[in-house]
Design a protein. Sequence first.
Lengths: 932, 453
Amino acid sequence: MITKADPLAQTLTFKIDGKAVQAPAGTTILTALRSIGKEVPTLCYSDRMQPYGACRTCLVEVEGRKPVASCHTPVAADASYKTHSPLLTRLRKNITELIASDHPLECLDCTANGRCDLQSLAQEVGLRTPRYENARTHNPPKDDSHPFIKLEMAKCIGCGKCARACDEVQGSFILGMSGRGYDVKVIAGNDTGFEKADCVSCGQCVFECPVAALEEPGTRLFGLPDTTVITTCSYCGVGCSLNVNVKDGSVVNIEPNPQGSANLGHTCVKGRFAHQFAHSKDRLHTPLIKKPDGGFREASWDEALDLIATKFNEIKKKYGPAGFAAISSSRCTNEENYLMQKFARVVMGTNSIDNCSRVCHSPSAYALGQALGTGAGTNSFQDVAESDVIMIVGANPTEAHPVFGARIKQAVLKGCKLIILDPRNTELAKLSDLHIPLRPGSNVAVINAMQHVLVKENLIDPDFIAKHTEGFTQLKAELEPCTPEWAAEIAAVDPDLIRRAARLYASGKAAQVLWGLGVTEAGHGSNAVFGMINMAVMTGNIGRPGTGTNPIRGQNNVQGASDVGALPNVFSDYRSVTDPEARADHRRVWGIEPPSDKGLRIPDMFDAAHHGTLKAMYILAEDVAQSDPNTTHVVGALESLEFLVVQEIFMNETAKLADVILPGTTFLEKEGTFVNSDRRIQRVRQAIDPRPGTRIDGDIINTIARRMGVDLGVDAGPGTPIDPSKIMDELAHLTPKWAGVSYERLEKMGFIQWPCYDKDHPGTEIVHLGGETLRPNHLAKLTITPWQEPGELPDKEYPFMLTTGRMLFHYNVGTMTRRTDVSKLDKAKEETLRIHPSDARKVGVVNGELVNVTSRRGSVQVKAQVTKATNPGTLFMTFHFPESRTNLLVGSAVDEFTGCPEYKISAVRVEKVTAAARPETRDPADEVQHAK
Amino acid sequence: MPLLEPVLCKRIPTAPWGDPRDRKYVNYEAFVATGGYAGLKKALAMEPKAVIEVVKASELRGRGGAGFPAGMKWSFLPPEDGKRRFLTVNADESEPGTFKDRMLLDFDPHLMLEGIAICMHACRLDTAYIYIRGEYHAQAATLQRAIDEAYANKIFGAGSMLGQINGRDAECFMHRGAGAYICGEETGLLESLEGKRGWPRIKPPFPAVAGAFGRPTIINNVETLAIVGPILDRGADWFKTMGKGRAEGVPPTVPASFGPKLFGISGHVNTPGVFEENLGIKCSELIEKYGGGMRGGKKFKAAIPGGISMGVLGTDQYHAELDFDIGRKYAVLGLGTAGVVVMDEDTDMVKALRNMIRFYAHESCGQCTPCREGTGWLSKMLHRIEAGDGTTRDLDLLSEIAGSMGAMPGTTICGLADGANWAVRTMLNKFWGDFEKRVRKERFVSLSVVGAR
Ligand SMILES: Cc1cc2nc3c(=O)[nH]c(=O)nc-3n(C[C@H](O)[C@H](O)[C@H](O)COP(=O)(O)O)c2cc1C
Ligand code: SF4
Ligand code: SF4
Ligand code: SF4
Ligand code: SF4
Ligand code: FES
């Protein structure tokens, strides 16, 4: 069970099997006996859930008293417990026999054979055949309807773990026990089956089931795995630790790693089930070279790599460093990102290297760096359990970061207050104490007004401000006009809501702010982040457990890609490329003078390509033509290049524009590390061999360098594979905050949260402890954050605001998830336009009807989904379905500090598609009509 | 010595003091006119702690089945913290053979409401919930009428004589069950009250610490609370003049059997019904004096002392004293609800036990393995034995699984399984012959089955 030990609890002394043991009051007997290496059988207990006490196999004898269930009974002072005795064996055997009497006992035919708790218990107590006659009275049919979760009630032993996992870990409350006595059974929803019951397919119920009553198809097909590899999920920034079960070189299934520090034995549908893409037939399996007619031909690796080496050398010679730019990938490992930026800087001599955090969280990194001295969140995931107030701005964690979302949900269910600033009526908004349904683009105004209230109503911590901050006087003056009334006007909300939100935030003993892409991709994102930092700092909510300012990072390794320097303006550790000391360090290690050009950011790259100054690009695993805003502009840019190399696992929109496509590998096929959203560096381990014809991405980068005549110093000589641990050593050497990181330590510790300054440093759970920031003067900077109009506002012609985001079942442009059975789930089948009933009425559409959504940039056709999940005036679409081309609609305004695009807001209009205008067949290409 | 005057039946005509046909609802005015709410008035003049002391001194033990000392229960509550604290009244009365609370609810609910108000004052509980058995339709209507009268007369509600408790007006609500025996178990009741499945909770935490809605909660039976008013009115010493009292040589720390008690008589007697007597009255006296003797002049064979969960008294235990010591003295589980079910010489014990066990199999909530599967198998095996297909091995197996299930052997969460355990074991032990006869005779017929094993 996940509970913090009470530091004030008294220590009790008692005996277990004759041995004196001490434990704090409140410890269960089970925990105590396990702490000295003893074990008792358990069928209904799980470390991740509250004790249940129903199977009774964990009984222990208590001297002078009746036996008790050890899993939930607290230890008593001076008691004497026995874990095994003839009486206990008899009772356990009786229980086992009772269960077995109504169990199929077809062990050979069962997927749990060999890892079934009931089977082991029967062995332990020596049960052979139950003595009851005419056994097996329950034999209901199997429920096979769900693609991942198969329910066979005949095997259920009624332990209730599945239902509790769904309640206490996932927080979806899908499963329940129905009926009573002998007829108790597990049901989904009101016995409607999983999907109708809104199951989110996290698989936790399957994971907890001690028998095979709940099972997943993988194990059914393959049998027991031969190896289990612990690695880190490659989907989102939660960074769940996964156990990949492998048999004969293929993935059997993926389960949560119970020891995983970020996920505590939980996963979402993507990490758990969306892995078949690695084995997909669509995988690119050979290099492809563009033919003069625009098609591609297969090529050998040698030919492709030589071509690239020659071309890159030519371009460098002809146009100098300005002719080349690289886009690195937050999907790839830290080592590969480090290598990519080293390639750009050392081999091509340019700072024009960027990664996609540009399109998501660069404002977070920028503002956090400016105000607090480090470009990452301040606290850790586990802190949500210690917060008494959480404020979430522009994020939908239960869909986009499901495992973290579930943790927040549990905290809220346990009484933590929740404030939501979001135009959408998200799942957490429904659970919140206070929801400000602000108009898209008005974050900064509302946050400024909240600061205004904090100051006006003296809800701030003057001591903390005096001791740990600078800039308060100016800020105070700037905030003067930012009244709730002023902000309410802009945000179209009740001013009182803003006041109450500020008061609620300030009422927390430990309040934390979380935000997502709704802040950073909503224009003026940096200002919004500055504002939230101001709030935290002014109220002293920084540097303590449960406090802080924490971005929830989108992709698995956006944090890492930026940390290791895949950015134009900084080296690793966000050390400026103009910083003499950093330059000296790099000169020493790299043996060259680091480039001093002003590197291009991703949007600049496309502009430069249009201007004709940029001639060649090397894009690593990033579908910019699909996922970047303003698709038309991006495609034009890429088309105008002289030479484009794209390294990918699947053919996609960007790859189609390439001159050479290189087949890379998935996270399951390589070694490395990822950094998750709370600065947790975790290992990625190879579970399966690279698919035939593909190569590990780091190796590809290194080989190109080698063929261009440069030794990046990360292999054991020409033609040998890279050594990721060696790259990490170099990276640690050049990165003060990673100095203590090495593969050896990661192996031992499981994870390290940076900053980690030396080999003895334990890593940092909470940054800025005690309010001392990482800025040189250790003060937090309070920054003025003027509100500006978003780049795009609705008007008569385009009366709606469209925001974009993710849904639970898919990831980014769906390249991976849509090649798995996840897309068999009804909810995950196609794109829809989420529209509020009142708007739908205005436009005259009903649920499921086809509509045209048109912005100033383009028009797409999609089905309307009428739902109260969005507010009137605000529409929502995901970007998971390339054929629906959501990004065609999106604007090109950018954050003034970081160039982060305003992904979240575009003004659009919606029209019902008339029968005549509806295409006969729904060819995706037909649905796209470019606007002039 | 028989009870001198009716206490619980003061306003409910009951033999020997009155004729049950004269029973009618006692409304607020009638209740007050006959000395009702006098105990409450006295209690309100006292410090809350002092009220608890009186209840403690009376040595009142719970009338709901377990016999836990009420005063002690009341003193377990943690200190007040300004937040809600609850009283839940157990009016779920579903134990087979038990219908005593029903009589109080039907005719004199104000007696219980007075006890509720006293308990709320004494324990600083701001809200009371009366959880009433789903099948008690008429009683629910009567109870609601009484509650409304109590509100109208400032027993509860804004400006009531209880004043503010924990900064709130004292409130009393009725909550109706939906027909599950397990919701009479105190924590099953709390779950049901909270709107969940009535699955008993693991303990600790005990309800006194974290009960309804996670807050400190007292749970008492209807009859337990009904006697509190008279105790406060007339004193602990008066209360202790009634009942069996404490046996000689037993230290005062051991709970004893004081006070009057409602006894229900049903089964093979001439005049079944609810009667009030001293704790400690002999089973034989109860049958002969109140039950009008055995029906049709048949011979006594067995009696269930207090709801079927207590097991049976054997033919030779006809004179057993019905008090809290009965369990120890006569090898039954306890006094239980004192709902006595009498069986005459013609009773088929196999059939009787099968009927009892079918109840447990039907009512088991299904949470604990031994109870869920065990009651199911007990029931199936007894059906088999009754049908004539049983073997002696079945009898051994019956007593083995029965003996290993229940909160007493530690294998279940609540006491429901103990009821099944005691019913089976006392029946088998005390009427082994009846069972053996059944299986032995049939064993001959189903020899092939025996041989197959
Ligand atoms: C299965 C089961 C059913 C019970 N049903 C009732 C009931 O219907 N009424 C009741 O008062 N107590 C019932 N009890 C006893 C209660 O759990 C609890 O002990 C009692 O309400 C406490 O009140 P008292 O101390 O005033 O007796 C039941 C117990 C068990 C184990
Ligand atoms: S898969 Fe997850 S959400 Fe669905 S029933 Fe199981 S635990 Fe609940
Ligand atoms: S399905 Fe599995 S986890 Fe759920 S109650 Fe049955 S045995 Fe337990
Ligand atoms: S996608 Fe995110 S939440 Fe889901 S398993 Fe992967 S890391 Fe965890
Ligand atoms: S003993 Fe039986 S009724 Fe009581 S909690 Fe367990 S399963 Fe439910
Ligand atoms: S593990 Fe303790 S009762 Fe099931």
